[in-house]
Each structure stands twice: as structure tokens, then as C-alpha cells.
Design a protein around this ligand. Structure first.
Ligand code: NAD
Length: 364
């Protein structure tokens, strides 16, 4: 099957593409090496306010220097709190002018999901490296356009899948690669919360990328892929909504099964109705699990051989942004390149297709 590429093959291919393009000239624009890189947050909602801006106070290799916002009342608050210069403040209409601003090396897109592609491309066309939140975009085609824009402008495009930077998550990725507990026989993962408070927000609007699958479903999906190191070959999905008053036209719940090349099945769930936050991996010689597996703090786990995976005390987003800034400074492959967001979105497209066709298997 054409899309049946293992993760190892994928990384080898991605790595060789990078190596080829760096012969003779750098594959990306590399900013001044010894300085912190300047980040502009695009969209000053909950995640920027409560996680990313505080995280950027702890980073070693990048710092908050700019903002892009459509809410003028937020500007003085952010300028005062973070010492942001007038010349580093933009709105959505003039964001392209960031091209002329040497203070800013990176734009970080933290907008509703239907705006990710458009503003990532504006950032790339302005010659800025782009960090974009999950889910990467609305569908695989938008992801491909974003990747092309980054390549054309020789900038890095990196997706905000913070779990892949988290130490316990990296440990279990290693268990999968090394087959520490044998071959994986089954994966179970669920990510969700009771989202009654989301009523009236963009997360309940279909054409803005609302619904549980886009918001929380990408965590178990990404986890099944990073735990196994493989790409699924088929998927089936079932969606339903109990509270149609709150979620009139998006999925409140989605159950999906991923089939991997060796026949292994990952059983995944996501929900805006129920709290769930687990990743369990069964193997021929044992098992391991993380619970919670996707929280900002407290990610922890255990294995069948009694190994404890205790919480890492460091700021998750600071670690992610430092890793991503270093990849730009050193012109190396980021931990989560755009291709990784695309790989998820290819599966998400198939999940929606299966859900619309009564849970039938869709081949990838
Ligand atoms: P939010 O609703 O709190 O913020 C969205 C921001 O976009 C607001 O500042 C809003 O003013 C702005 N905006 C601009 N145009 C808008 C429009 N037409 N409609 C609505 N808002 C508009 O959302 P959030 O929780 O900050 O999420 C933003 C992005 O970050 C999403 O893609 C989400 O998936 C992602 N996110 C990621 C994580 C993570 O752990 N990686 C966590 C939370 C959110």
C-alpha cells in the first residue's frame, strides 16, 4: 500500500531530504546563533495566555517579543506584562508586515483550528519560522499547502505536539523502538474531558474545527503512532453526540480503531463528554502505561516490571519551545515537523470518512 510507510522509514526519508537540501546552502534561514530567538504569539486566547507566554519566561533559547491580536484591549495588558515594544504589535490584517521586523524569528499560531493554515502560510511568506498548534489544520490538503509554503520560504514548520517532548513519553517511545517489553500487541488510549463549558465557543462550530476529534482525539491518535513507531493502514470510527444543544453539529464523542501493518490494533477514544486521559501499551513480554498521558503536568506511569515513571517537574511548553528553537538555531530536524502533523491529519480525514459511513473500515 502506497501510504504504508513505517515511522523508521519516514524518519530516514525526512532526514535524508534535510541532508540533501543542506548541501551548498542552509536548508533553512538560520538566525544569529548566540542570541535568543524572538517569538510572536499569534492569537492571545487561553493557551497563549496561560501556558505559552508563561513558558516563554522560562526558555533559554527563545523569548516572547511580539504579539498578533485582533483584540485591541489586550495590547496594553500584554505590553505591560511582558515588555513588548510598540513596533512588535500586529493585528491579523497587517501581520504580513512582520517580514520587515528583525526582532521576530518565529510566529507561533495559536488560533482556532480553521485559521491555522492561513496564518501559518502568512508567517512563512513573511520569512518567519512557523510553530503551529495542533491539530495542524482542517485536513491533509491544508497541511500539504503549509509544508510547501515553509519549503518555498526556507523556514521550519513545527507542530505543537508537546507530548513528544515530555520525558516519560519519550521513555515509552524508546520502549517501542527497542522492544523492551517485546512486540506491541495492543494499544489503548483515550483523551477527553467534560466540555459543557465550551457552549457557544468555536470548539462547538464545525467549520472552525470544533468537535472532540480535532481538539482531543489527536492526542490518542498521535500516541498510537508515536508508541508503535508505525503508520496505520486502516481506520474505522464511530461518532455520536448526546448534548445536541451544546454540540449541534460536531462530534461530542468519537471512538476509533487503528489497524497497523502487522495487524496490531490501537483502540482509541475521545470525548467532550467524559474525562479520560490514558495510554496503555500491551506487549508480548509485558506492558506499560501513562496516566495521565496528555496533561500539562503530572504525566506519569508504570510498567509490568515495576519501573515507575515519575512526573517531570519542568515546564512542558518551555521544554518544547526550547527544543524547537534549538532545531532552528542548529538547522536540524525538529522533534515534530509539519510532516508529523500531516500524517495525523491523513488519518483524521479517514476517521471522519468512516464515521460518516457507519463505522466501516477505511484503508489509508
Ligand atoms: P481560545 O478560544 O482560548 O483562543 C483563540 C484565540 O483566537 C482568541 O484569542 C481569539 O480572540 C482568537 N481569534 C481570532 N479570530 C477568531 C475567531 N474568528 N473566532 C474565535 N477566536 C478568534 O483557544 P485556545 O484554547 O487558546 O486554542 C487555540 C489553539 O491552541 C487551538 O488550535 C487549540 O487546539 C490549541 N491548543 C493546544 C493546546 C496544547 O496543549 N498543545 C492546548 C490548548 C489549545
Amino acid at each position: 500500500m502506497a501510504q504504508n510507510i513505517s515511522r523508521k522509514d519516514f524518519l530516514v526519508r525526512a532526514g535524508s531530504a534535510l541532508a540533501v537540501s543542506s548541501i551548498g546552502f542552509p536548508s533553512i534561514i538560520i538566525p544569529r546563533k548566540n542570541e535568543k530567538l524572538g517569538v510572536a504569539l499569534v492569537g492571545l486566547g487561553n493557551y497563549s495566555t496561560n501556558q505559552l507566554a508563561p513558558g516563554l519566561q522560562e526558555t533559554e533559547h527563545c523569548e516572547l517579543r511580539g504579539i498578533v491580536t485582533g483584540s485591541p484591549e489586550k495590547i496594553p495588558v500584554w505590553q505591560e506584562r511582558y515588555g513588548i515594544k510598540d513596533s512588535n504589535v500586529y493585528n491579523y490584517e497587517n501581520m504580513h508586515q512582520i517580514a520587515n521586523n528583525d526582532d521576530i524569528d518565529i510566529v507561533y499560531i495559536v488560533l482556532p483550528n480553521n485559521m491555522h493554515a492561513e496564518y501559518s502560510i502568512i508567517g512563512a511568506e513573511a520569512g518567519k519560522h512557523v510553530w503551529c498548534e495542533k491539530p495542524m489544520a482542517m485536513n491533509a490538503e491544508e497541511c500539504r499547502e503549509m509544508i510547501r509554503a515553509a519549503e518555498r520560504n526556507r523556514v521550519q514548520l513545527t507542530i505543537g505536539y508537546r507530548m513528544q517532548h515530555e520525558p516519560n513519553t519519550q521513555t515509552i517511545i524508546g520502549y517501542g523502538q527497542d522492544e523492551t517489553y517485546g512486540e506491541i500487541t495492543e494499544i489503548r488510549s483515550g483523551g477527553g474531558f467534560n466540555g459543557g463549558f465550551l457552549e457557544g465557543t468555536w470548539r462547538t462550530v464545525a467549520n472552525m474545527g470544533g468537535g472532540a476529534m480535532y481538539d482531543m482525539g489527536v492526542y490518542p491518535l498521535n500516541a498510537a503512532r508515536y508508541s508503535s513507531g508505525m503508520e496505520p493502514v486502516a481506520v474505522r470510527a464511530k461518532q455520536w453526540t448526546d448534548r445536541t444543544d451544546i454540540f449541534p453539529n460536531v462530534d461530542e464523542h468519537m471512538d476509533f480503531d487503528l489497524e497497523f501493518p502487522d495487524g496490531m490494533i490501537a483502540n482509541c477514544k475521545t470525548s467532550f463528554g467524559n474525562n479520560m486521559n490514558y495510554l496503555e501499551v500491551d506487549c508480548t513480554d509485558g506492558w506499560y502505561r501513562l496516566e495521565p498521558f496528555l496533561s500539562y503536568t503530572g504525566v506519569q506511569g508504570e510498567t509490568s516490571s515495576g519501573t515507575e515513571l515519575p512526573e517531570d517537574p519542568n515546564h512542558q511548553q518551555a521544554r518544547q519551545m526550547d527544543n524547537d528553537a534549538l532545531a532552528i538555531k542548529n538547522s536540524t530536524q525538529p522533534v515534530v515537523p509539519g510532516e508529523e502533523g500531516l500524517a495525523d491529519m491523513v488519518v483524521v480525514d479517514a476517521i471522519f470518512k468512516s464515521a460518516a459511513n457507519g463505522n466501516e473500515w477505511v484503508e489509508l
